[in-house]
Design a binder for this molecule. Sequence first.
Ligand code: S5P
Length: 247
Amino acid sequence: MAKRYMEVACRKQSLVCLAADRSTMAGLNQLIDEVGQHIAALKTHVDLIDDWTAESWAAFCTKAQTSDLLIFEDRKFADIGKISRNQMAGIYDIRSWADLVTAHLISGPDIVDGLQAGWTDVNRHGGVLLLAQMSSRGNLLSPQYTTLVVEKGKAHDGVFGFIGNGSRPNELRDLRKAVGEGKMIWTPGVNLVVGDGEMGQRYGDPAQAVAAGSDCIIVGSGIHKAENPAQEAAKYAAVSWQALQMR
Ligand code: S5P
């Protein structure tokens, strides 16, 4: 999964994963049309969409694949293994279209087996990103918890990386030390305008995040709320690619 992502990243010279947090299918489709060429992965919250239908979602996923994008459903699974496996099915049938998902390890390592079983149930492969840190203020992911998540995640083949806090380069540097080179770190909480965001979100500088060890910057409102999303996406792509080369 990491290799697939890096191949796309190299083709597009971009470490940007777009957090496509829009609430209509038309808004999402428009966004991919505008910025698809500048991003290396697409992150969704399928349960945000007001007018979701299975057919419109399938067409959207085809559009993403045509734009050479891995599809990442940011579901933040957290339940026990067997329930997480079943949550990969259900009305959204995440296992059938998502290449990657996020999970908390709060319920223990069997959640990863559950998610992997979900993909196996439909003869697909996927990768899990474990939340080792978060970008939001006051979150309860203590350094000790982060250490345990990294320890368990490093030992599991079903985990290809971790979510790290892009708003705090120092935390990210520590995370990279703990993770080593074998797994990826993807980082939300980055924006070209650094500082506090809405409802406790915090933003750090994308270039500093990459310099500190991030393999992928997850950018939401910095792109989808911009007046010219294509132009902004190109900016984030250039900044991330330049920072990677420096590193
Ligand atoms: O700690 C986190 C983890 C995630 S995955 N903080 C986050 O903000 N995210 C996600 O990244 C969040 O769900 C949202 O989709 C995106 C950030 O969006 P932005 O608009 O703040 O850039």
